[in-house]
Design a protein around this ligand. Structure first.
Ligand SMILES: [Zn+2]
Length: 347
């Protein structure tokens, strides 16, 4: 399906592991320094707040699911905010305290949080740490050759696959707080229903794009699950992780592709610098083919906190609607729920 892919730099994975040893030293020092900074994670002194399960989630897409399932019984902290690239994210000393003081830690997993992975594994020997993708059957995962057979971590791009990660959260919260297990189970029901509607919206929206236009060119390989789920050919300039830099040869190959296939639009990502995409546009222009930026997609981080795009449903609704509209599909300007500000404003 993908024509050419850049390879994930194995050297950068090695570098990652090395820096995680340093991180673990910080974890140990936090452990030894005790819990005197417990107030940092739970700044309020309300008694009902103190009863809540202290949850730490790495990325917004995970935090959002946990908040909806945990509801009033959880106090969810999120490590990485809008626009933060989880592939490159390194934990600070404060982050390490948050990790160590949480009752439960949820990550996305599959090496998405590359520079935190070893730390989370080690913390997981003593505390409950769950990668929510951990129970997905292997046949649901994509493992491109370019990543040395390692699974592609960007599972949230397939709403149906992400929805099947809800079980891990439900079980983990119920295991910690059995008294509220019925609430967690009940909260998961409308969430699954909502995600099913979103998945179906993705299917119909992408199917409305003329067949020859169904090609999605983005900054890095975050959209393979999106492409598989909704029927698009996906091409990323960088590899699975943003740690691998795209070379000039890769840029030239993609310029050829844009010109030959008459691709009308490419997409930038909120958590990845835009320089490669601008190089593609300039390259195509110099060969007489105008390509425009079809919009900014949320790949590895959600939109602004408090906005619709700052929720998992809003993030995917934005991506589906933006891609469909830019490539000639017919979808409602405001998206599935008529809540998309950015897409709505467009002519
Ligand atoms: Zn990514």
């Amino acid at each position: 399906m993908q024509t050419v892919r850049s390879t994930v730099s194995m050297a950068s994975w090695e570098l990652c592991r090395w820096s995680n040893h340093q991180l673990f030293a910080v974890v140990l020092s936090v452990l030894l320094s005790g819990c005197q900074k417990a107030a940092d994670i739970d700044p309020t002194s309300e008694s009902d707040n103190a009863q809540r399960i202290k949850v730490l989630a790495t990325v917004g897409m995970v935090a959002d699911l946990v908040k909806q399932i945990g509801g009033e019984h959880t106090n969810v902290q999120q490590l990485m905010g809008p626009g933060v690239d989880p592939h490159l994210y390194k934990a600070t000393r404060d982050d390490m305290q948050q990790i160590m003081l949480a009752d439960i830690v949820f990550s996305s997993g599959l090496m998405l949080e590359g520079r935190l992975e070893d730390t989370l594994n080690k913390v997981g020997e003593k505390r409950p740490v769950f990668a929510i993708t951990s129970r997905l059957p292997p046949e649901m995962l994509l493992s491109p050759d370019s990543a040395g057979g390692h699974p592609d971590p960007h599972v949230w791009m397939d709403v149906a696959a992400w929805s099947s990660c809800i079980d891990v959260i439900e079980d983990a919260l119920s295991g910690h707080d059995a008294a509220h297990a019925a609430d967690f189970k009940a909260n998961a029901v409308p969430l699954r229903t909502q995600l099913r509607a979103l998945h179906e919206y993705g299917l119909s929206s992408i199917a409305s794009i003329p067949q020859s236009n169904r090609i999605l060119v983005t900054s890095h390989d975050a959209f393979s699950y999106f492409g598989r789920a909704y029927g698009l050919e996906v091409v990323g300039v960088q590899g699975l992780s943003t740690e691998s830099e795209a070379g000039l040869q890769r840029i030239n190959e993609l310029v050829d592709l844009l010109v030959e296939r008459k691709v009308a639009a490419v997409f930038v990502e909120s958590s990845v610098p835009q320089k490669n995409m601008l190089a593609l546009i300039d390259g195509a222009k110099s060969r007489g083919h105008d390509v425009r930026v079809g919009g900014e997609l949320f790949s590895d981080a959600m939109g602004a906190e408090g906005s619709y795009e700052g929720t998992y449903v809003g993030m995917l609704d934005h991506n589906i609607t933006t891609v469909a509209r830019a490539l000639g599909g017919s979808v409602p300007a405001g998206g599935l729920l008529e809540k998309l500000a950015a897409v709505k404003e467009r002519p």
